[in-house]
Design a binder for this molecule. Sequence first.
Ligand SMILES: CC(C)(COP(=O)([O-])OP(=O)([O-])OC[C@H]1O[C@@H](n2cnc3c(N)ncnc32)[C@H](O)[C@@H]1OP(=O)([O-])[O-])[C@@H](O)C(=O)NCCC(=O)NCCSC(=O)C[C@@](C)(O)CC(=O)[O-]
Length: 300
Amino acid sequence: MTLPQKVRLVDVGPRDGLQNESQPISVADKVRLVDDLTAAGLSHIEVGSFVSPKWVPQMAGSAEVFAGIQQRAGVSYSALTPNLKGLEAALEAGVREVAVFAAASEAFSQRNINCSIAESIERFTPVLEAAQAAGIKVRGYISCVLGCPYEGEVGADQVAGIARDLHAMGCYEVSLGDTIGTGTPGATRKMIEACAVHVPRDRLAGHFHDTYGQALANIYASLLEGVSVFDSSVAGLGGCPYAKGATGNVATEDVLYMLNGLDIETGIDLDLLVDAGARISQVIGRENGSRVARAILAAR
Ligand SMILES: CC(C)(COP(=O)([O-])OP(=O)([O-])OC[C@H]1O[C@@H](n2cnc3c(N)ncnc32)[C@H](O)[C@@H]1OP(=O)([O-])[O-])[C@@H](O)C(=O)NCCC(=O)NCCSC(=O)C[C@@](C)(O)CC(=O)[O-]
């Protein structure tokens, strides 16, 4: 299969990247991060989530973040909404795109959203209906598509069944999350092939964490499978509270550098992106998780 000419990168850093930080991060710093990503040319930024503040305290200020950002026309600023309560709060905050999130393993579903996979799909139905009535787009996530921290291996057919359900219920895109980063290119291709039986490839996205250093290889494997949307996190921010030892998402800078080398268009400016990652890394006092950014910053 030939590689796509264009790829859409969804920067999930402000949400997936920051949600696990135990130290408080100010609304102003979060707003600045989103604005920096907009300036760098991202066309989709996941800004926050409307979830229980008891479960994920860091995301409690998401409405304020939405109120503070400078929204650029043509850019999607999305948020996670696990249930109707979350959707209502998102709508009140003026959010125009939301995402529901399921898991491919029962244990992870219980730990993450306190219900079974089947119950989560039931819970999403009114969310999708209300979002459609409000005229806003809904994305669907599946966690643990290439392995679960509690159950180990996860079957590609199990992932494919959930992808089919999310797509059938109206999710315009299904993002396939390798939450613990154990996937390899061979397993990635098999999993995408299984999903593609039910969901068109141009409706699938890849969401790779880089815990085992496989994320770029898995993205390349996904490109070969006809996937052209990838989630990533500036400076490789993140981890997962329900997946011990998990590192952040693959760094947006690293993905962009690879895509630039493949002459695949993204509309993103690498230098501005590196600036954005350097700034937020400094704010949270962490080493920049992007190897490309570290190299560029060292050479400047
Ligand atoms: C889903 C629930 C709410 C169920 O949690 P629950 O306890 O079963 O829900 P509940 O309906 O019984 O409500 C319990 C309390 O939460 C409140 N509540 C209920 N819903 C909301 C809401 N939307 N916003 C604010 N508050 C809410 C509700 O009002 C109540 O408050 P109380 O009466 O105790 O004061 C909870 O488990 C939760 O919030 N989980 C969040 C988990 C989360 O955000 N995880 C991280 C994101 S997923 C992810 O990172 C993976 C991904 C997407 O990146 C892909 C990958 O890499 O795998």
